[in-house]
Design a protein around this ligand. Structure first.
Ligand code: SF4
Length: 280
């Protein structure tokens, strides 16, 4: 009897495949089909809350598009017609919510990202997936200006696509501290503008305490000023707490913010004119 998946099961290898893995989410009330383009655990950032084991600096390897197509076709067939749902997904969560391109690193670092989106679209066309199933890209947004990424985002838009664009801090210092990247404010703003012009885009923000302190007042003010300036371009903010244990050396220095803190920050974002969804 296969092991049942619980709502904390996010192991990329739980289906025994290279690129495709299931995530059962009580929050979204169903199953998300994950596409992991970074089986090498490589990312161009190193967020201190990252949950990728043995994370290393780098890019996605070349993607075996045929293998991806076969895995996704087979897994969708199993979800729609096989015993996976009844044997491994708790009752009440047996529906497919979305296909999410994310995984163990930055997915847009795959040099054939646009071909990946095309292959996923073709598999969707040939499947019996409900029309409202979304195609989500979870990205740090740092490579959105590259031509192959733009092409992929255009293709996503025609597939009920949605981008979740990582945005943890509006300052260079903050991103250096939290994401270990030196990306400039200009580049973040430009890339976010490109993403939002090509496909509906949500900001995805992780909030937590570092050494017992929540984000400082100046960080919060810079964040609100930035999101307020982008309010007409993005769909809103997905505000996350620390849901699972970080796997980076800083893990012991991180702790969750209180629910009150999160709610108050969510209110500030709403006052700035953006819808907010809080996942605590
Ligand atoms: S961008 Fe994502 S995969 Fe990369 S280090 Fe940050 S949390 Fe991890």
């Amino acid at each position: 009897m296969p092991q049942s998946l619980n709502t904390h099961e996010h192991s990329r290898s739980s289906a025994g495949l290279t690129y495709v893995y299931p995530v059962v989410s009580r929050r979204s009330g169903g199953v998300s089909i994950g596409i992991n383009l970074n089986p090498n655990n490589a990312c161009n950032w190193r967020c201190i809350y990252c949950q990728v084991p043995d994370l290393k600096l780098g890019s996605a390897p070349e993607i075996d598009l045929e293998l991806l197509e076969n895995e996704l076709t087979g897994f969708l067939h199993e979800l729609l017609h096989g015993s996976f749902m009844s044997e491994r997904v708790p009752e009440g969560l047996r529906r497919i919510n979305d296909i999410a391109i994310s995984g163990n690193g930055e997915p847009t670092s795959a040099s054939d990202f646009d071909s990946v989106v095309e292959v996923i679209g073709e598999v969707i066309d040939e499947s019996e997936l409900p029309l409202d199933v979304k195609l989500v890209l979870i990205t740090n947004g740092s490579l959105v200006h590259k031509p192959h990424v733009r092409e992929g985002l255009k293709k996503m838009a025609s597939r009920n696509g949605e981008i979740w664009f990582k945005f943890d801090s509006a300052t260079v210092e903050g991103r250096s501290r939290l994401n270990d990247t030196s990306i400039s404010n200009e580049r973040v703003r430009e890339n976010l503008g490109i993403a939002a012009s090509l496909c509906p885009t949500w900001l995805q923000t992780c909030m937590f305490q570092l050494d017992g302190n929540p984000p400082s007042r100046s960080e919060r003010e810079a964040y609100i000023e930035f999101v307020s300036s982008m309010a007409k371009e993005v769909q809103g903010v997905l505000l996350y707490g620390l849901a699972r244990k970080p796997l980076q050396p800083e893990a012991e220095r991180l702790s969750p913010v209180s629910k009150e803190w999160m709610d108050a920050f969510g209110e500030e974002i709403k006052m700035a004119g953006l819808p907010v969804k809080i996942f605590f």
